[in-house]
Design a binder for this molecule. Structure first.
Ligand SMILES: Cc1cc2nc3c(=O)[nH]c(=O)nc-3n(C[C@H](O)[C@H](O)[C@H](O)COP(=O)(O)OP(=O)(O)OC[C@H]3O[C@@H](n4cnc5c(N)ncnc54)[C@H](O)[C@@H]3O)c2cc1C
Length: 384
């Protein structure tokens, strides 16, 4: 067991930070969809997309642990960069890389790694949030096409992306075994979307509508019996989003640490007060613990595999909670300045707050941890 980062990992993190300072920082000013797409292209030029995607498809070919380290580093620099690194590395592309046909892998993974296209994930429905296997959106193969009916909600990045990996049912049993996935372009006939709902972190979340939506049969990624397969890949996606929470917690901690050494009250720096010192110490303990759990889960994937589900859930529950507390304490340490939008901490807090909800809520992950440690299958469904 070696807890030290390797020289290569430190180099990767330094290079990401340097690319941010030299090339990317000026692009963070434009947060419009066009600005995000411009940033995506600039990050592709810097080799910061598709971090764990195969090199023969234009990716960087990093193991999951190194990917997590780079996402955290970029997210600490700026959430726009961390978000793009995450979505193009362990996001929807993970399922395509793992289960796509050679043609799908070539088209979509290469498109993502070069920054030309973006792909969202559509799982959540109005009646199927935590109970994801209760989803109703259906796909039916008719001749050479797939006809899709249903809707999704709370889908991220639809205004900057071009496709969605849509989780949907291929059968009528109502069981998890019906669930598969189809890649749907946003210009498909029968597809439409809402204008988006603004969340706490000023990001848009979209509703997607499929009304006899038709796509070619070649767009099927998995045609049923695939929920377990999709979720095993989705654990890598979860670690990507956990790394973003780490990045925000790290940024908030570093910001507050510097501020407490500059801000003076009672004719002394506020870090002279023991009450402040203990807060800083607790923030650092939580940040280190969250990092170690996340890196352990990522390391369980080895060079090319998938992360352990139990270790991923443990990292998720701890980091989501710790990141919230660290950002909250950082705001407290900065007084009214921390609470204003002039400083980045209010946004960092709003952003990590979502981490307890997306990718499976903290409660759902505790259910999964309990099932594993009790070695039982604990169904949450009420029996008729
Ligand atoms: C910022 C953000 C981005 C998102 N992006 C996407 C996206 O790109 N694509 C996508 O498909 N979805 C996305 N989502 C949706 C997200 O996956 C869902 O919000 C999440 O699965 C929870 O579903 P819900 O909101 O319907 O809550 P509900 O399932 O209604 O849960 C409400 C509350 O009940 C609790 N609860 C429910 N069941 C249980 C149980 N069995 N045991 C204990 N507690 C329980 C939950 O923990 C929660 O506290 C995003 C959400 C957010 C906040």
């Amino acid at each position: 067991m070696d807890f030290a980062l390797t020289p290569r990992q430190r180099e990767l993190m330094d290079a990401a930070r340097e690319a941010y300072t030299r090339k990317l920082e000026p692009l963070t000013k434009d947060k419009s969809p066009a600005g995000v797409i411009k940033m995506r292209r600039a990050m592709a030029e810097q080799g910061l997309l598709g971090l764990n995607m195969p090199t023969d498809l234009g990716g960087v070919g990093l193991p999951l642990l190194d990917t997590v380290l780079v996402i955290q580093t970029l997210h600490a620099c700026h959430p726009m960069c961390g978000g793009l690194a995450h979505r193009t590395s362990t996001g929807a592309c993970g399922a395509i890389e793992a289960y796509g046909t050679p043609a799908q892998r070539e088209k979509y993974i290469r498109g993502i790694c070069t920054g030309k296209i973006g792909i969202s994930i559509g799982i959540t429905e109005p009646e199927a949030g935590s109970a994801a296997t209760g989803m109703r959106t259906r796909a039916e193969v008719v001749g050479d096409e797939v006809v899709i009916n249903g809707s999704k909600q709370f889908v991220s990045s639809v205004d900057t992306n071009d496709f969605v990996v849509l989780y949907c049912r291929f059968g009528r049993t109502g069981k998890g075994s019906d669930i598969g996935a189809v890649i749907v372009p946003f210009d498909a006939p029968g597809f439409s979307r809402s204008n988006g709902t603004v969340n706490m972190a000023d990001e848009l979340l979209f509703e997607l509508y499929f009304d006899d939506c038709r796509v070619p049969k070649e767009n099927i990624l998995l045609d049923g019996s695939a929920f377990g397969k999709l979720i095993s890949v989705y654990n890598a996606e979860r670690l990507g989003s956990i790394s973003r929470m780490l990045g925000s917690a790290q940024a908030a901690y570093e910001y507050a640490l510097a501020y407490t050494q500059e801000r003076r009250q009672f004719n002394r720096e506020i870090c002279d007060f023991q009450g402040i010192q203990w807060m800083l110490a607790e923030m650092r303990v939580k940040l280190d613990a969250a990092q170690l759990l996340t890196y352990r889960a990522a390391a369980s994937a080895g060079e090319t595999g998938l992360p352990d589900a139990l270790e991923t859930s443990i990292a998720k529950v701890y980091t989501a909670t710790a990141a919230k507390q660290i950002c909250d304490d950082a705001i407290q340490l900065m007084g009214a300045n921390g609470y204003t939008k002039e400083f980045p901490l209010a946004h960092r807090y709003a952003e990590v707050r979502g981490g307890s909800i997306y990718g499976g809520t903290v409660q759902i992950h505790k259910n999964m941890i309990a099932a594993r440690i009790l070695d039982r299958r604990i169904s949450q469904w009420k029996k008729d």
